[in-house]
Design a binder for this molecule. Sequence first.
Ligand SMILES: NC(=O)c1ccc[n+]([C@@H]2O[C@H](COP(=O)([O-])OP(=O)(O)OC[C@H]3O[C@@H](n4cnc5c(N)ncnc54)[C@H](OP(=O)(O)O)[C@@H]3O)[C@@H](O)[C@H]2O)c1
Length: 330
Amino acid sequence: MFVANENRYETMKYNRCGTSGLMLPAVSLGLWQNFGHKGCFANMENMIHTAFNLGITHFDLANNYGHPYNGSAEENFGRILDDMRHYRDEMCISTKAGYEMWPGPYGNRNGSRKYLLASLDQSLKRMKLDYVDIFYHHVFDPNTPLEETALALDQAVKQGKALYVGISNYNKEQTAKMVELFAELKTPFIVNQPSYAMLNRWVEQDGLDKFVEEKGIGLAVFSPLYQGLLTNKYLNGVPADSRIGKGETWIGSQLNEAMVAKLNKLNAVAERRGQKLSQLALSWVLHNPAVATVLIGASRPEQIVENAACINNLEFSAEEIAEIEAILAE
Ligand SMILES: NC(=O)c1ccc[n+]([C@@H]2O[C@H](COP(=O)([O-])OP(=O)(O)OC[C@H]3O[C@@H](n4cnc5c(N)ncnc54)[C@H](OP(=O)(O)O)[C@@H]3O)[C@@H](O)[C@H]2O)c1
């Protein structure tokens, strides 16, 4: 039986998710990579325990996470939970459906009621849970009426299988339609999950961040480290055991000489602030008032420890912000 550190809540900061009642840790752990059956179970377990001991109460999953087959991350998470179910009420667990999951027309990339509700049942079974805290539609589907997707998410709540709902990979315009639909249904729609990082600022350009803030919806940001590029790892080349080194991401295509120079300049700012580059990148995203939490990924527990410590320096001076803007604009 896993016994958590007694002082686990002394180290984390908690933010309200929009104007909802739900508090989220500033740093959350996502299980997209490194939690499938391809990985080492003891390492996965260690990462979840390490995170929980740091006050990271939020774990973000999706039906399709894990290699070599979709759903294996939820299976492993369920197995890890077996030893920590007495802490269930101290956890906020999310899952999603929307991308390719099972063969045929119903488990394919879509937002139908048929797919979403069946998928949620499967996720609950894999994690051995009665409910998830947040159920997301994973990606906007131009072919399903948004009313149908909204009703399916609303039904998940009415069935008691989800406490809150969210949407992911929806832009401002698409989000605005969902805001209206959920308001009519009185669905507890509290969160939007976009990608956002120093090197990926589409949410600012789109105006999604300002819009959700105005509507009282929180942002749970994914890939805030730009899949690891915004860490010390790639400052002097590509380590073989990294996500880029293993060829697991397209992000390696961005790693040219100019990018390495930019990363080193950002690292100099981080060092002056007494931070690692990863911590600077996370603090910078958290500095946007629309952001409730950053969803980090990790391949080992030490990365979680390093990343969680970003909360020790979340303030930026105007000079630092200007300097960072200038580096990013180069
Ligand atoms: N809604 C969506 O469509 C969507 C899409 C993508 C992700 N997500 C969510 O967001 C979560 C995070 O995404 P992500 O994994 O791309 O996030 P990320 O935090 O940008 O990247 C995580 C990767 O960076 C490296 N890393 C992390 N901390 C490090 C450190 N301190 N030093 C050196 N390297 C470090 C690790 O890769 P190495 O393997 O190289 O060590 C790690 O796996 C996912 O797990 C998922 O929950 C959602």
